[in-house]
Design a protein. Structure first.
Ligand SMILES: [Zn+2]
Length: 680
């Protein structure tokens, strides 16, 4: 399973809705790193820099009707998907002359796109697994069946999740993790919230569960009764699950036990039989992330009848594999999870779902093709060099901080030197040799690829941590800092124009991608990153008093952002966005320092009427061009830890005297206030 990553974007953030540009492309569209047409030079940069840098882009790129927002990143993600479509479409149609990985991704994609074959099969592909559930004679048969279902689906909705992860206190080792699961709604709170909307969602959920069971062939009345049973079991499990806020504290999720204690925790569940089913020879230790959940799970297994357990398993199995079955299953799942829960109007076109699936299941095979076409070695070398420059800037920055004690500085610099920079793609490609992909067996392909992934994950248990592993695929328009590995990961998909433009000079590239690298880097050292040491062990390395002094500086930024309006009369919750606002500012300061070091002694000239310093800031701002619907902004105000793009630009430059100088702003203008904040 995936460690606790600080991803730049959540899984649902990009490309979640349908799009109209329905044709594959074979060359990646070029958008320059600075586009003067995207600017609005009629606006005074010292009054509203965001409008100055992005006004043209916003006017030329209205929000498509099927999107809640439209930003530079969304546009890049769409180009990226169409480009991957072009690669896969060609490989699917060319049966000869393909390498082994090319055969796998080509045939996988081709089978996924063959809707006629999938429709013809209906619910048939799921029958062998349903038969395994039906054949259980006593509850003693459960562990072996559950192990099979877990391997084939990788879905923790089936009672719980089991996989591998880094030991929180010994970061060189991989151990087994038993995590909470068993729910069909996205969060435990959905089962208990008392407002009308939540009650309605629960009612709709029970209807949805019933309809899925009907699709499996259950009569309507029996399906409705079963749905109520399932809701009862899930509600009991949800009641013993930690809230999302509680889960943010890694100490709450760390409860290391040996084999004996694991078995004592759930006497009603036969772990040895389950491990045998997984093909796992494991004597522990284990991390049970939520012991209270497992106590409740044990109570359920003891109390529920075998028939009710079977009913529960049938539902979760059907839900897990619905996207790979015929349209009635696909549409029923979409209708509840995307439309009812998230307001998405239209299902994504088939090609997008198939591109995502290939990326999900065979991502490093697809990644090889992407990298060969769109990420040449020069770009890797240049972005790696930039990352190193920014790390060196951070060392100078840390040494100069007036609020951090000498002891903490020493620990910080040790941690900084230990960071592993992973740029573009893994050093060694994952070998998918064991995954059999057949041109006419979509469902089988998905299950075989998932079993391969489940086994790959379990095989890590008991071994040293492989620090070269990536948790996003090379084509991803994404990046992360992983505190447990203490590494920075920038996928090739995010190092593309206009974010990183190899045709351009350093100013816009340091301003844009450099700022993002700096942003991710500071997360390793802030009030979150301080919990993990240089090797990724859960161990606080800040000296007494540093936390207090950090908070004082952070408060300046809380106060600043809390004054900004998101929509109508709703202001930014400056406490919610504080960690990200601090990272934005720190990241750009580091990028500026690194850029100055990189270009020292060079005679830089103005381009398009902008000085090099102005181009650094415009390049930075143009990552954030975009707009968002009012409804969406209201949701964001409550849930998103990032400020809206306008303030991720204006709030940032207002704190940088370098900006005031670059644009000759007069003291007291909106982008050159008297009072400035700085943490890093
Ligand atoms: Zn961040």
């Amino acid at each position: 399973m995936r460690p606790l990553l600080a991803l730049l974007f959540g899984a649902a953030a990009l490309g979640a809705a349908a799009q109209s540009a329905d044709a594959p492309i074979t060359t990646f569209p070029y958008t320059p790193g600075i586009d003067v047409k995207s600017m609005d030079r009629g606006t005074d940069p010292c009054v509203d820099f965001y409008q100055y840098a992005c006004g043209g882009w916003i006017a030329a790129n209205p929000i498509p009707p099927d999107q809640s927002k439209w930003e530079v990143y969304n546009k890049l993600a769409l180009d990226n998907q169409r480009f991957l479509w072009g690669i896969l479409d060609e490989l699917a149609k060319r049966p000869q002359g393909r390498s082994a990985p090319q055969q796998k991704i080509g045939d996988y994609f081709g089978a996924c796109m063959d809707e006629a074959a999938i429709e013809k099969l209906g619910a048939q592909p799921i029958q062998p697994m349903l038969a395994r559930i039906a054949a259980m004679k006593t509850k003693r048969d459960l562990p072996a069946v559950l192990a099979e279902l877990h391997l084939a689906t990788g879905d923790s909705g089936l009672l719980f999740g089991f996989g591998s992860n880094q030991d929180f206190e010994d970061s060189d080792k991989v151990i087994g993790f038993a995590v909470a699961g068993g729910l069909g709604l996205p969060d435990r709170d959905y089962y208990f919230k008392d407002d009308e909307k939540s009650k309605e969602i629960r009612a709709r959920y029970v209807e949805h569960v019933g309809r899925m069971l009907e699709l499996l062939g259950d009569p309507a009345s029996a399906a409705a009764t079963s749905a109520t049973t399932i809701m009862r079991i899930e509600t009991a499990l949800a009641g013993a699950t930690l809230t999302r806020v509680e889960q943010r504290d890694p100490y709450k999720l760390f409860n290391k036990v040996d084999y004996r204690k694991l078995r004592a925790l759930t006497p009603a569940f036969d772990w040895p039989a389950y491990f045998k089913g997984l093909g796992l020879n494991n004597a522990g230790p284990f991390n049970v992330t939520e012991p209270a959940f497992y106590r409740e799970l044990d109570a359920r297994l003891a109390a529920e009848s075998l028939d009710d357990i079977k009913t529960y398993l049938r539902w979760h199995l059907a839900s897990a594999v619905a996207p790979y079955l015929s349209k009635p299953f696909v549409n029923e799942k979409f209708a509840f999870y995307s439309k009812t829960l998230r307001g998405v109007e239209e299902i994504r076109p088939r090609w997008k779902r198939c591109v995502s699936l290939v990326d999900n299941q065979l991502g490093e095979a697809l990644g090889q093709e992407f990298v060969r076409r769109a990420f040449p070695p020069e770009v890797k070398a240049r972005t790696l060099h930039m990352t190193k420059q920014i790390e060196q800037a951070m060392e100078r920055d840390i040494r100069g901080l007036d609020w951090m004690s000498e002891e903490t500085k020493r620990n910080a610099i040790t941690k900084l030197h230990a960071i592993v920079n992973k740029i573009g793609y893994p050093d060694k490609w994952r070998d998918y040799g064991k995954v059999v992909v057949k041109a006419a067996d979509f469902f089988g392909n998905v299950m075989r690829a998932q079993r391969f992934e489940s086994r790959r994950d379990l095989a890590k248990i008991g071994k040293p941590v492989d620090r070269s592993e990536w948790y996003i695929t090379p084509p991803s328009v994404n990046a992360y800092y992983n505190p447990q590995a203490n590494d920075i990961n920038f996928a090739a998909g995010i190092l593309q124009p206009p974010l990183f433009d190899p045709k351009m000079d350093d100013a816009p590239n340091y301003g844009n991608t450099g700022g993002t690298i700096g942003h991710e880097l500071t997360h390793g050292f802030d009030d979150e990153g301080r919990k993990y040491d240089a090797k990724g062990n859960l161990k606080d390395w800040w000296a007494q008093g540093d936390g207090q002094r950090y908070e004082e500086r952070a408060q300046c930024i809380v106060d600043q952002y809390s004054k900004y309006t998101i929509v109508d009369d709703i202001k930014i919750n400056g406490k919610l966005t504080n960690g990200e606002d601090i990272a934005d500012l720190g990241g750009l300061i580091l990028a500026w320092m690194a850029w100055k070091a990189e270009t020292a002694g060079k005679n830089l000239q103005p381009i398009d009427g902008l000085t090099p310093e102005q181009r650094f800031f415009v390049g930075n701002a143009q990552w954030a061009c975009g707009s968002e619907r009012k409804e969406s902004l209201r949701v964001k105000a409550l849930t998103d830890p990032h400020s809206p793009p306008k303030y991720r630009v204006n709030g940032l430059v207002a704190n940088m005297p370098q900006f005031q100088e670059a644009f000759s702003c007069k003291a007291g203008q909106p982008m050159a206030p008297e009072k400035r904040c700085r943490v890093w």
